[in-house]
Design a protein around this ligand. Sequence first.
Ligand code: ZN
Length: 214
Amino acid sequence: MSFFLNLKSSKTVKCKKIPEGSHAHELLKYSSATLGSGNIKMAVQLPDGEDINEWIAVNTVDFFNQINMLYGTITEYCTTESCPVMSAGPKYEYHWADGSTVKRPIKCSAPKYIDYLMAWVQEQLEDENVFPSKIGVTFPKNFLTIAKTILKRLFRVYAHVYHAHFRDIISLNEEPHLNTSFKHFIYFVQEFSLIEKRELAPLQELIDKLMVET
Ligand code: ZN
């Protein structure tokens, strides 16, 4: 039993902590307070006088943590048997490639794909050259390009969860949590045009619905 537990934990991607007292933490607090007051449009806007890269960085870390926790609640339902390919409904199938170490796309199960994806995102978030945590260190010139790739890939986890595991999410009473998280994500990426429309196609209907509600 402990062997299997160990095996599982070794695969688990850890959430990235934003240290308390840091400027990034202040930004995150501001964002969640604005969200809490129900003003999602304002919660995604760049606060006055803030650096756009830092704002995108903080929110990207936050979305990664949320997705990591949400997907973590359904890992027992997302198996090689239930999800032999990484998909978002019958029309969309994803093959894993990170563009650097894995150039030729690998066709794999959804849990494997999501494992690769989350580990890859974690690697980016922990790379001080990409996501500098020290005060005064500037973001790299290609930061926005990397952030866009991260968000495009994180979207696919939402897309898979909605298409393949919505029933599981409902059975766990995670539906409000998932919807709140995804709505925030979509408002954020739309605010700064971070994901191309064609990438959002697997959840376009839901997106249209969420954007009309407010
Ligand atoms: Zn699955």
